[in-house]
Design a protein around this ligand. Sequence first.
Ligand code: ZN
Ligand code: ZN
Length: 381
Amino acid sequence: MKSYPLRRRQVIWKNLLFFIFTSAVMVAGIVTAVRGEGVSAVGWGLFAFYVIATGMSITVGYHRLFAHRTFDAHPVVEALALFFGAAAFEQSALDWSSQHREHHKHVDTDLDPYNIREGFLYAHIGWLVFWKHTIDHGNVKDLSKNPLIALQDRYYVAWAIASGFVVPTLIGAAFGYAWEAFWLAACARIVLVHHATFCINSVCHLWGKATYDIHASAKDHWFVAFLTNGEGYHNFHHRFSGDYRNGVRWYQWDPSKWLIALLSYVGLAKNLKRVSEFSILEARLAAERERVQLSFGTMGDHPLRVRAERVARQRYERLQESLREWEKAATAWRELARRGTEEQTMRLRQALAEAEERFQEHRRRWEHFVRYRAAVLAPAI
Ligand SMILES: [Zn+2]
Ligand SMILES: [Zn+2]
């Protein structure tokens, strides 16, 4: 492995002291609230607003808009994401995106800034406290051309203090709740959003489901998705990082995706990038196929192994073939249906329905094999 010139072991005092300071103020605030009269509605309201605004600025803004360019946004959206993103105290958008692109490009290697192979604590927070990373903006030239992003990077500390501490505290003070605003909407909120974001790099690279790529350390973790506006579907995200969605199933919690869709609906976002449903399905089935193949390893020299492997291969090949046919029929339908005659349209619709039905049949057969492979093979024992 190439020696790592981009990091040096060193205590980053400013980060360490900042984490201690915000956590200590949060604890002091909780103590004063418990001993005193609790928290006012203004305090809770400001806290909730700041949790959502800064959290969304990281997930929708820093991550999906800037780091991955999964959609284009109106400058007003960019400015809001940069303002409230700074308030999250997770570096400038330029530094964040540069390190995040390195993470995707070199995941699980020494070149990954939050490499999970260094352990849970390193990936969660240790990389920010005990390591000095050199950031090379060579991989974010597309972003540094944007004057707003460049401006935020240049005056990042002033922006972060103003948007993260000064503004919420002043708003609280206007209602007579300066201390509440400071400890709850500024400090406690920073701690909460920090650790929620950090869970993506730690928890989601250790625990959860490998639905789309069994080789990735990134996993889909529903609870982290709940904490991070949908970012917890990290196995999907590492497999399809160019997609503006992270939770693609209808029941998955992904408010960042919903916000981007809403912005698009009102004309503040466009060119939302999505991978095709067929590619997603193909990846899911391929992951399932690999898991089945791995399970054969546990059969050792069992006489049934050869037969099981043959059945799996045949059923999976038919499944793949029927998926390709279905995709072809769907493409033909999309491209020709509107231009063709009524009769041609009817024919394409019929062909599409039949192709889907064939696929679903092969899928049932495949799933039956996956679920009941022991029973399917039983007669041969
Ligand atoms: Zn990751
Ligand atoms: Zn990412």
